[in-house]
Design a protein around this ligand. Structure first.
Ligand SMILES: NC(=O)c1ccc[n+]([C@@H]2O[C@H](COP(=O)([O-])OP(=O)(O)OC[C@H]3O[C@@H](n4cnc5c(N)ncnc54)[C@H](O)[C@@H]3O)[C@@H](O)[C@H]2O)c1
Length: 442
């Protein structure tokens, strides 16, 4: 098999932020056997052609100079990650911190830093992931702007492409969403994905909205209120950044329902909540003979704990797509994003189906088989040897339709079982790590 050979680097823009620090700490903890990869979608399957999580090498840019071990310690004290992990991994985190550099002002220098990181660690490929603070919606036509005057997220994409690296925008910022950057990615033969990781309220919306549509129930209004602290919450207190985020969160409704119900999504900054977000949604709808009904849900999520495993998934998947010769946008990764690039479905079940076929395609390409060959490309994980091998029963049933050569089941119902299950629902799903979480406030 021709796996994604060699070493893969992950260059994080915003490398000292909450999401980045949680992702790095998590990868180091998984490498040390101190944690299971709960929340990592790619760990649902045996995908031997992906770079192992523990092999990823991290670096990045940030405008903050708070050292990574200190940031991890603060996240430990806040219950975002287990405090004992931050302490046990302090020296590994300090090693990674040495590869986190101040943000240069020119795109050329950003690209040079990324290339130097690749050379220093003899990396075969680097995936650049933007997890920096959300930017305001641009107020001017960016096609006329000089490269060094582009928003920071677009400069990051430009630098990634010219350095020959895949790029992911996990934020709602502009990123690679400019025709000139799309052309640049294709010219350099590198793939990119985005935008804005789907980790909470929008994830639930992408499951519920298709349900109303499929049952032919008319959604009259859908209003959401998100309360959030932390660095992300503080950045979103700026009305312009807030506008970028709320647009990205509301889009799924029009896309899945085919019309825009009344209502808006609001994000309010509540400092004391830190990284723990509360989202409350009220949906009013009508059914047969116009009878009015309502449903509401409340989501209590730890944003960085939800986002970090997806960062590891995306790093591995973009590395694989790059190795497989993919260039340009990857709409197949819509499952991970609130506002997917390219033409992609909005319902989570359809996005799951698309992701599975993407994995199968990659599997065939990277293992040198053809789609007609008998080799089953996707098998469920679960040797039990590694702490991550305890994928929940629900996840296993989700994996099983594509697990065997006997046939592929209904991926939509698989998606529904994944979306509807929590680790606590499933036998063995409640890991020691989760139970041990020091001071978890969720
Ligand atoms: N946590 C989630 O569930 C989630 C979901 C979707 C999107 N996101 C997005 O991910 C991003 C990161 O979230 P977070 O909670 O880690 O925020 P954070 O505020 O903790 O971290 C952002 C980091 O970016 C740095 N930064 C700011 N401008 C920069 C620049 N131009 N270049 C490099 N670094 C820069 C900051 O110093 C900070 O360290 C945000 O844009 C957020 O909207 C998060």
């Amino acid at each position: 098999m021709s796996f994604v050979s060699g070493r893969t680097g992950v260059w994080l823009m915003g490398a000292r932020g909450s999401v980045a620090t949680t992702a790095i700490t998590g990868a180091l903890a998984i490498r040390a056997g101190l944690a299971a990869p709960d929340g990592c979608v790619t760990e649902l399957f045996d995908l031997p052609w992906l770079p192992p999580i523990g092999s990823l090498v991290f670096g990045g840019h940030d405008i903050s100079d708070l050292p990574l071990p200190k940031k991890a310690e603060a996240l430990g004290a806040a219950g975002v990650l287990p405090a004992r992990l931050a302490a046990a991994l302090a020296s590994d985190l300090a090693d990674v911190d040495a590869s986190i550099l101040p943000l240069p002002s020119s795109v050329d220098d950003i690209a040079r830093d990324i290339a130097a990181f690749r050379d220093r660690f003899s990396l075969d490929r680097v995936v650049v992931i933007n997890v920096a603070s959300t930017e305001p919606v641009p107020s001017q036509d960016l096609s006329l702007v000089a490269v060094d005057d582009l928003p920071s997220s677009s400069r990051a994409a430009h630098a990634a492409f010219t350095a020959g690296c895949a790029f992911v925008d996990f934020t709602p910022s502009t990123g690679a969403r400019l025709p000139a950057l799309d052309a640049l990615a294709r010219e350099h033969g590198v793939p990119y994905g985005g935008n804005d990781g789907k980790t909470g309220e929008t994830l639930v919306k992408s499951v519920l909205a298709p349900m109303f549509a499929m049952r032919h129930l008319r959604v009259r209004s859908w209003s959401g209120l998100n309360l959030l602290g932390g660095g992300d919450g503080a950045a979103l207190a700026d009305p312009a950044a807030n506008a970028a985020k709320t647009a990205s969160k509301q889009r799924v409704l029009a896309d899945t329902l085919g019309y825009e119900p009344q209502g808006t999504t609001r994000i309010d900054y509540v400092e004391t909540l830190g990284d723990f977000k509360a989202a409350w949604d009220l949906i009013s709808f009508t059914g047969f003979l116009g009878t009015s009904m309502r449903m509401e849900f409340t989501w209590h999520g730890c944003d960085s704990a939800l986002a970090a495993p997806l960062i590891l998934d995306l790093a591995r998947l973009l590395a694989a797509a790059h190795a497989a010769g993919r260039a340009g946008p990857l709409p197949e990764l819509a499952f991970f994003f609130k506002d997917p690039i390219g033409t992609a479905p909005s319902a989570l079940a359809d996005q799951w189906t698309l992701l599975l076929s993407f994995l199968e395609d990659l599997s065939h390409t990277l293992s040198g088989t053809t789609p007609a060959s008998p080799a089953p490309p996707l098998t469920r994980s679960g040797s039990g040897a590694d702490p991550g091998a305890h994928a929940s029963a629900a996840a296993r049933s989700a994996a099983s339709p594509v697990a065997s050569a006997e046939g592929r089941g209904d991926a939509r119902s698989s998606a529904a079982s994944v979306a509807g299950a929590t680790p606590a629902d499933a036998p063995g799903g409640d890991s020691a790590e989760t139970r041990d979480r020091d001071g978890g406030a969720a």
